[in-house]
Structures are given as C-alpha cells and as structure tokens.
Design a protein around this ligand. Structure first.
Ligand SMILES: Nc1ncnc2c1ncn2[C@@H]1O[C@H](COP(=O)(O)OP(=O)(O)OP(=O)(O)O)[C@@H](O)[C@H]1O
Ligand SMILES: [Mg+2]
Length: 256
C-alpha cells in the first residue's frame, strides 16, 4: 500500500527578489528511497529545508503525513527527521558514543537505553562498538565520520531521513561503500522514508528507487532509474545522461 508522506503542492520559494522555486509539485510515499538529482543552485537544499521546516515556502503548501507543515510543531518535526550533511559537525570534544547520544539524551532517555542504542547503531553502520564508541571524531577517517553522521541521524528512530550530499567529499571507493550501506540500511528498516540529494548521476541512479531530476527549481523528470535511463523525459535529462555514456551499463551492473 502506498501512503503519501511528503507532498509539495504548488510550492514557490523566493529569497528577496530571487525566485528559486517557481512551482514545485510532487508526492513521496512512505518507505521510499528517493534521490534528488540536480546541478549546483537547482534548489535541492532549499527543497530539503522546506521539508524539515528550516525554510517556509513563499507560497503553496508542504504536507507531512497529510498535515500542513505550518500547523506542526517544528521542534517535534525536526526530531522526527534525521539530517545527514557533508559537514556532519561532530562535536570534537565528545566521544563517538556521546555524539550519537545527543538527541536521545535531550529526550531524557536513561543511560542504559542510550548505551544499548549507541551499540545497535554502531553495529548498523558496521563499526565495532568496542573499538569506536570511546574514540574522538578526529581519530576516525572521513568515511567513518560519515558513518557516525548516519548513525546519529537514526538515533531516535526517525520515520524520515534527509541526506544532503553527505558523501560529496569522499573518494570514489569509500563513497561506493557508503552508498551500499545506505541502501542496506534502508532495506533493513521498515517504512523509513529516505530522501537523498546529490549532483552525482551515478549515485542518484544507484541509490534511488525513484529519482527526481531538478533543474532551476523545477522537476524535469521524477521516475524510476530504469525509466530515466531508457525514457529520458526532456532534453535536459538526455544531456545529463549523455555526460556519462556508460550510465546505462553502470546502472545494469549495479542492479543485476
Ligand atoms: N538564504 C538564502 N538567501 C538567498 N538566496 C539563497 C539562500 N539559500 C539559497 N539561495 C539561492 O537559491 C538557489 C538554490 O540554492 P540551493 O542551496 O537550494 O541549491 P542546491 O541545489 O542545493 O545547490 P548545491 O548543489 O550547490 O548545494 C541558489 O541560487 C542560491 O543562491
Ligand atoms: Mg545544496
């Protein structure tokens, strides 16, 4: 059964006189892993920020689980949205365990529950708790720090997780490892909606069950990776695919 969980209805966003998003309409269903693909400045981050209430639309409506976002308690809402970004901003003076525990602590979880959850999460992101829980962020590689970013975003079991180009700064091999992790984690958790922003077409096609291609604040195509590759809807999408000739092969390679 599909249940609409994030809906944009005629959303418009301007910063001063600069209209960034003219009229955005889409529906994301519960449990989907959607990637948003677009070049720099196309409005990807702005879209994510309107989903977790950091920005308000200038016009139109954002609905979360059927509720207009402006009628929701934003503090509550953000706690229910994991957020993973490139500069994950781990606190340098806190251990990995303490970093992951920030929100659970804020919510008043007891020590035992927190410790159990930290161990669970470290295992989920494939880092041995006995080895890593008591280290400090600067004692981890960039890829490992991003894993902590993912663990931290999942700490209080949010139904939504937003990723904003989290792996942009990593080398290709580490990046592929983490993409696989995200996919595996999404499959292993029930009904979690993941929204993953990237400007890397291979990442978008590999990770997304559906891919939203954005250009200048508008959707060029929102479809499965297979449809995007075999039936590009606009000349923009065609050109995007043309930038890397092997995309179709790559997509097959990943999905076979
Ligand atoms: N706070 C702001 N004030 C003014 N303009 C802004 C603000 N935030 C974003 N913009 C503008 O909105 C447009 C879209 O920005 P956005 O950050 O959503 O792009 P993006 O798709 O995430 O790009 P990137 O891939 O570089 O992160 C850009 O032209 C940007 O300059
Ligand atoms: Mg951005």
């Amino acid at each position: 059964m599909t249940k609409p969980i994030i809906q944009f209805k005629h959303v418009q966003k301007s910063f001063g006189a600069n209209q960034v998003i003219p009229d955005l309409n889409f529906t994301i269903n519960q449990g989907e892993l959607v990637t948003i693909l677009g070049s720099s400045g196309s409005g990807k981050t702005t879209t994510l920020k309107m989903i977790n209430g950091l920005w308000q639309p200038s016009a139109g409506q954002v609905l979360i689980d059927g509720q207009p976002i402006d009628q929701l308690d934003l503090v509550q809402l953000r706690r229910h949205m994991g957020y993973v970004v490139q500069q994950i901003g781990l606190f340098p003076h806190m251990t990995i365990a303490e970093n992951i525990a920030v929100v659970p602590k804020m919510l008043g979880w007891d020590q035992e529950r927190i410790q159990q959850r930290v161990n669970e999460l470290l295992e989920l992101v494939q880092l041995d708790p006995t080895k890593y829980a008591h280290r400090y962020p600067n004692q981890l590689s960039g890829g490992q720090q991003q894993r902590i970013g993912v663990a931290r975003a999942l700490a209080v079991n949010p139904p939504y997780v937003l990723f904003d180009e989290p792996f942009g700064a990593l080398d290709a091999v580490t990046r592929l490892e983490l993409q696989k992790e995200v996919k595996r984690i999404h499959e292993s958790l029930q009904d979690k909606t993941f929204l993953f922003v990237t400007h890397d077409i291979n990442e978008a096609l590999y990770l997304g069950q559906r891919v939203m291609v954005m250009n200048k604040g508008q959707i060029e195509q929102f479809a499965t990776p297979e449809d995007i590759v075999t039936q590009p809807a606009t000349s923009f999408v065609k050109e995007l695919l043309g930038t890397q000739q092997q995309n179709r092969d790559l997509w097959r390679q990943y999905h076979d």
